[in-house]
Write a protein that binds this ligand. Structure first.
Ligand code: SF4
Length: 498
């Protein structure tokens, strides 16, 4: 019987193939515990972070003949298209305007465009401050380098099945061995990689799905996904039944339990087969949803399966909200978030709350200085003087930023007055600046701040530093806000500024 204890033991000691099989075949009652554990694992790595992406499918012309895919070369029922660069850039601009920071360029394996054309688009989209993810099939290593140098950082190449015979049967002329080697090549050429199976292929069994999980584990893929098979017209699999949504959801949970901190999308096939299916994926441990930006006149022709479900921005945001998660950006996830602002603007309370929501470590720079000095801040000022305090502050900040990695740090009110610290912060972190009305800051006045010990001192300090605070990025007004609301403001500003 799979229950919380059974799962905790395996999360500590590891999952055997038999354990993974048991998860894929578990009862409805056991599924409740499996999904709860998957959400716990997700929270351990990501807090309440969920990621929104935008995809444009720019060509459906394919040189391959996969039996399950409507875009296969021999399918004469599909109208072929290749979007123009301007259409692609317009979609990227719309996505960016809606606060989406990861743009996903997807196409069938087409010989219809030169690598340099795609490189120019990648460069242009990167210059909009967006992460670029490619899913364009197998290409020469020189093309991979060209696109990476243009700004692409992530590449998805689905393996579809880790059973070599099944792979060869559904993807004629291709081999699993080559696919694995192509995924490793992507890694060698500097990409974060994504892969995953198509669930519900004829001849697939729970055991072959365990092999899929093991392959994803072996590859160390940063992005892992599962789509449920749906038949496409004009293909050899046209008359086959779709795969099982429930098995797909258990596969999502198994990926989360086995792989931990991977990015797992809630794919549209779940919603197409069952309204609420993408929310089901989030309940099983997924943490990514992708908005479809392919223009309506052609998007029906990107026929991975027939009668597709197209994810709108409203739908994606509503799924994230319903799952109790908070929209975040993949770029902001890899950088420290520094919370700046005047004394009493709420940097420590709201910053700590933001860190809790995001599942990131929280550092209070004043506390770090106190630990290093071995005395409280007022004593540092009294015994060593302000220049010594500033030097300690700069040292602690520099060390944290040089170490890199995700964290939320509440700065001191004057930390970024130093030009070197400001330069470092802007280049290595996302800076969010809290503000509040003067009356609010005065109301929050409390003891323990050497440079803002009373109303007069605080008013003088605010007047002296007004220009400095006004020049800092990512402003969030905390007047009248609870720490929770201010924390959500920090998160939104971090996404916008990442
Ligand atoms: S699955 Fe991909 S490679 Fe295979 S036919 Fe469809 S678009 Fe082409």
């Amino acid at each position: 019987m799979i229950d919380a204890k059974w799962l905790d033991e395996r999360l500590g000691a590891g999952f055997s193939d038999g354990d993974l099989l048991a998860i894929l075949e578990c009862s409805d009652e056991e599924t409740v515990s499996v999904f709860e554990a998957a959400r716990r694992v997700r929270a351990g790595s990501f807090g309440r972070r969920a990621y929104l992406r935008a995809v444009i499918e720019f060509s459906n012309n394919c040189r391959c003949n996969c039996h399950y895919c409507g875009m296969r070369k021999d399918n004469r029922q599909v109208e072929r298209f290749l979007l123009t660069g301007e259409q692609i850039l317009a979609a990227a601009r719309t996505a960016r305007g809606n606060g989406i920071r990861t743009f996903f360029l997807q196409s069938a394996e087409t010989p219809d465009y030169p690598a340099a054309w795609l490189a120019d688009l990648v460069r242009e989209i990167s210059s909009m401050d967006m992460a670029v993810l490619l899913c364009v099939g197998v290409h020469d290593p020189s093309d991979l380098d060209l696109w990476r140098d243009a700004g692409a950082s992530k590449f998805i190449l689905k393996h579809e099945s880790a059973d070599p015979e099944l792979f060869a049967r559904v993807k004629p002329g291709l081999s699993l061995e080559d696919r694995i080697s192509e995924l490793k090549t992507l890694r060698e050429h500097g990409y974060e990689i994504g892969s995953g199976p198509l669930l519900g292929l004829p001849g697939q069994t729970p055991s072959t799905l365990v092999a899929d999980l093991r392959l994803l584990e072996e590859l160390g893929a940063e992005m892992t996904s599962v789509s449920v098979f749906l038949p496409a017209r004009g293909t050899p699999f046209e008359a086959l039944p779709p795969g099982s949504v429930d098995l797909g959801l258990r596969f999502v949970a198994a990926m989360r339990l086995l792989l931990g901190n991977t990015l797992i999308p809630a794919t549209s096939t779940f919603e197409r087969l069952r309204p609420g299916g993408q929310l089901g994926c989030f309940e099983a441990g997924a943490n990514v949803i992708t908005v479809n930006m392919t223009p309506p006149p052609v998007r029906e022709s990107y026929e991975l399966y027939s009668r597709r479900f197209f994810v709108s921005l409203e739908h994606a945001r509503s799924v994230i909200r319903s799952a109790g998660l908070v929209e975040f950006s993949e770029r902001a996830s890899s950088k420290p978030i520094l919370v700046a602002g005047p004394p009493f603007s709420g940097k420590t309370t709201a910053g700590a709350e933001a860190a809790r929501i995001l599942g990131m470590p929280f550092v209070d720079l004043d506390e770090a200085v106190e630990r290093r000095a071995g005395m409280p801040i007022p004593s540092v000022f009294e015994k060593l003087g302000e220049p010594a305090f500033r030097a300690l502050e700069k040292e602690c900040l520099t060390e944290a930023l040089e170490a890199g990695g995700p964290l939320v740090m509440a700065l001191g009110g004057g930390t970024l007055l130093d030009g070197d610290s400001l330069g470092l912060a802007l280049s290595k972190a996302v800076v969010v600046t809290l503000t509040a009305s003067t009356d609010t800051l005065l109301e929050r006045l409390s003891a323990g701040r050497p440079l803002a010990s009373d109303r007069r001192a605080l008013l003088d300090l605010l007047a002296e530093r007004r220009e400095h605070y006004e020049g800092l990025p990512g402003r969030v007004d905390t007047t009248g806000s609870s720490p929770g609301d201010s924390a959500l403001g920090i998160i939104a500003a971090a996404v916008a500024g990442s």
